[in-house]
Ligand binder design. Structure first.
Ligand SMILES: NC(=O)C1=CN([C@@H]2O[C@H](COP(=O)(O)OP(=O)(O)OC[C@H]3O[C@@H](n4cnc5c(N)ncnc54)[C@H](OP(=O)(O)O)[C@@H]3O)[C@@H](O)[C@H]2O)C=CC1
Ligand SMILES: C[C@H]1O[C@H](OP(=O)(O)OP(=O)(O)OC[C@H]2O[C@@H](n3cnc4c(=O)[nH]c(N)nc43)[C@H](O)[C@@H]2O)[C@@H](O)[C@@H](O)C1=O
Length: 328
């Protein structure tokens, strides 16, 4: 991307979108196209088409989505499938109509089957049943991958779908019920420390394993992918199965390549926060997928790996939570 290229970051106030904006600005990109949800509702096809027609971005990072943790996905399934199908379809089509050079669509590791072999490789897509707690969201994301693939095949677009593992970092959603596990635990352990509570209750059995990537690393991977030279970038864009006989969607996993149990994670967050009491488990809450470890060899082969250690990422995330709490 030229430093003066027009770059649209959809969802720029979210966890990932805000990190992408930080990364681009630090690298000297100044022509960023940004719209809040209130300024442009991406579920509105007419408004999204008009925005692309007027602005003609060169590059698109598609980081706008309806996002939430296991309970939010399970509680609002209609919103998770509807909003995500609409947002991604509107942007992907408008990007084609307005000749966007490259588009990076963000999916999620939950697109892979609930019991996929571990670590999960890109070719494990569509090889088995999905985890029921997030199937509506996962199916929307799978439709997004298929849409990128179909547009590449039929129209010659250059759309790539990046599948991040579970993310955390500054600007996360710390809602007690609707958030993901790391921001939820930061909040729970902090509140217990401040109130002097003796126990923090963690959802589920503590046995599921998850892989966590720091949001600024995720942003760095996204900008790295968008800036790949043509030959490397195009090698990731998938092939036409009817011609090659191979199942090669335009897909790349983004993760760290190792995981921890939720019980281990809870211990680490309690140490980060400085909570010294007990940890209990509420087994009436869902565990979700038993394990979701990404195979990141494709990403490593093209030259990117995650730099941030979880202990330092968690410290920064906790400082971010404290800043937000002080401002509130
Ligand atoms: N967080 C995670 O652990 C993971 C995230 N991902 C993926 O990464 C991407 C970014 O996620 P993340 O940054 O965490 O999500 P956030 O919820 O933090 O941010 C999403 C952004 O999208 C915007 N948005 C949502 N709906 C609309 C709409 N209808 N019109 C315009 N803007 C809208 C939100 O604005 P507003 O808040 O104002 O509605 C917000 O800025 C998503 O595709 C997600 O699926 C994948 C794996 C893990
Ligand atoms: C990114 C990913 O995020 C979701 O899937 P998930 O990986 O299950 O994410 P989660 O962060 O919500 O939970 C991870 C694990 O942690 C346990 N857990 C313990 N205590 C809390 C807790 O207090 N809050 C939460 N949310 N989880 C907790 C929880 O029971 C589960 O076993 C989907 O939206 C999916 O669509 C998706 O893409």
């Amino acid at each position: 991307m030229d430093k003066n290229a027009k770059i649209y970051v959809a969802g720029h106030r979210g966890l990932v979108g805000s990190a992408i904006v930080r990364n681009l600005q630090a690298a000297g990109y100044s022509n960023l196209l940004l719209r809040t949800h209130a300024e442009l509702d991406l579920t509105n096809q007419v408004a999204t088409a008009a925005f692309f027609e007027a602005e003609k971005p060169d590059y698109v990072f598609l980081a706008a989505a309806k996002v939430g943790g296991i309970v939010a996905n399970n509680t609002y399934p209609a919103e998770f499938i509807r909003d995500n199908l609409l947002i991604q379809s509107n942007i992907i089509h408008a990007a084609y109509v307005n000749q966007v050079k490259r588009l990076l669509f963000l999916g999620s590791s939950c697109i892979y089957p609930k019991l996929a072999p571990q670590p999960m490789r890109e070719e494990h897509l569509l090889t088995g049943p999905l985890e029921p707690t997030n199937r509506p969201y996962a199916l929307a994301k799978i439709a997004g991958v298929e849409m990128c693939w179909s547009y590449n095949r039929q129209y010659g677009t250059k759309y790539l779908a990046a599948m991040p593992t579970n993310l955390y970092g500054p600007g996360d959603n710390y809602h007690p019920e609707n958030s993901h596990v790391i921001p939820a635990l930061i909040r729970k352990f902090h509140e217990a420390k401040v109130s002097g509570a003796s126990t923090v209750t963690v959802w589920g059995t503590g046995t599921p394993k998850r892989e966590f990537l720091y949001s600024d690393d995720m942003a760095d991977a996204c900008v790295f992918l968008m800036n790949l030279p043509d030959d490397k970038y195009e090698s990731l864009l998938g092939s036409d199965e009817s011609k090659t006989g191979k199942f090669e969607p335009p897909l790349i996993n983004i993760g760290v390549g190792h995981d921890v149990s939720i019980s281990e994670l809870a211990q680490t967050v309690s140490v980060t926060v400085g909570f010294t009491g007990d940890i209990a488990f509420d087994t009436s809450k869902p565990d979700g997928t038993p394990r979701k470890l990404m195979d990141v060899s494709r990403l490593h082969r093209i030259g990117w790996s995650a730099p941030t250690q979880m202990t330092s990422g968690l410290q920064t995330a906790y400082r971010d939570f404290l800043d937000l709490t002080l401002k509130a």
